[in-house]
Structures are given as structure tokens and as C-alpha cells.
Design a binder for this molecule. Sequence first.
Ligand SMILES: [Zn+2]
Length: 285
Amino acid sequence: MFRAAVFLLLLASLFFPLRGLSQGPLVGHPGEVLFIPAAPGELRARFLGHAFSPVLLGSRAYFPIAIPLKTSPGIFRVEIEGSAPRRVSLEVRPKRYPTEHLKLPPKMVTFPPEILARIRREVKLIRGVLSRTGEGLCRWEKGFILPVKGRVSSPFGLRRVLNGEPRSPHGGVDLAVPSGTPVRAAQEGRVVLVGEFYLPGKALVLDHGCGVYTYYAHLSRILVRKGQRVRRGEVIALSGASGRATGPHLHFGLYLSGVKVDPLFFIRKTRMIYGAQAGGTSQAS
Ligand SMILES: [Zn+2]
């Protein structure tokens, strides 16, 4: 009887690690991700029209909830579906992302119709892969890692104005590294897209389950095939300056059910959560 109670308590602690600690609504900012502890039997959370699956990170289950960049400040509800549906309040506070004015040769900004048609086709293809929603519960043994170590030459969310024309915000982070730098898988996963495209150049996408995808662009060489499974930290490509790039760098993007989020924020958060479980060794790889 006592052992059964201890077991139940242990089981509950897997799913309610933060219970009792949070007061009032959760707080987040556009481009960030919140990890809401998931209870047994909860298999989907909905927020602003997007569906999120739970992930087992280390030994506990969470719903990673992505806040789209264009979300206006306010209090919102996350609807969690399961045998006992519940709602969680989430307050979105404003966040200012920097603006950058760039002067580029006109041929890097405006394209003839046939190139424009190719770009649109490719954007649709890549976005289609990055927008898939996950199914069921997936498991990440440890937190995510940075695919390369390098200076951030262009942060996530940067509002770019190219030759006086505003463009959509930067959907990933640019890490300045010399061409030929080994690029590592941010997490274990499966290669779901490999190709050479007009703007991103040689690029690939990894599927990490639960609707979470990482995107690597401007590569000089791709070392994996579509369908291949990769380990966390495995070298999957070499960095470069292919496609439209003003210099060698890795463009690294992270998507949750099609919502682009700040990859550096996401990596830090997963490592913090895993590190807290592992007893404060958040720097352990
Ligand atoms: Zn970029």
C-alpha cells in the first residue's frame, strides 16, 4: 500500500514538476517558447490556432508552446486536450527586435519572373515541411545543442530593410563561421529535406518529432541523405555561403508546428530544464 503510494507520487512527479510554483498567468514574449508540464493522457495543446504535441525531455513531459513573432501583447489561453481538458493563461509581453538597413546589389533583391517563380516554389516546399504538426509523445534524452560555435552575425527576429524595402523578420539565427566548418545535428532526428535552393543554397531539415524541426542553410556540403536518422551532435554538413549570402555563415532555424522561434532561446531553455532535472549540471552535453 505504502509502496503503491510512493510509486504514484513518483509517477505524478514526472508530470507535475512545477505544480504549486507558478502564480498567475505564465509570461512569454513573441518568438519564445514556454514549456508547460503535461499530465498523463494529455496529448495536444492548442494556442492561437497552432497544435502542439507533448515531449518527454529527460524524464518529464512538457508541451512546448511557441509564441508567433507577430503576436500582439495580451492575455491568451492555452487549451490542453485530454481526459480532463484544462486551460492555462499565458500573458504575452512586448519584445522589440532590432531593425537593420542593408544595401545589396539590386540583383540580390529583385529577381526576374522565372527566378521569382522558382523562389516561390522552393519557399512553399520548405515551409510545407517545416509546418508539419507532430503526433503522439516523442522523447529527447537531453537538451538541444548549437550546430556550430560562432559569433551571431544576424539575430533571430531582426527586421530587415533591403534597399529601403521592409522584408519579413529573420526566421533564424546566423552564426558566422568559416566555410567548411562541421555542422552538427542540434538534436537526434531524421533528415526530411535535402536540396539546393536559390536563396538558402544547399539546405537541409531535421525532424525531431512532436512537430519540432531544425533548418540548416547556406551549406557548402551535405553529408546526410533524406530519410537518414542522425544522432544529437552528429556532423551532418559543412557550412558555406551557398545561395544568397553576403559571406560564409550558417543560417539555423527552429520551428514548432510551423511557428518559427528563436533557436538560441529554445536551446537555452531545453538545457536549463534538462540541467535542473540532472541536478544543476545544465552545461553538461
Ligand atoms: Zn539567416
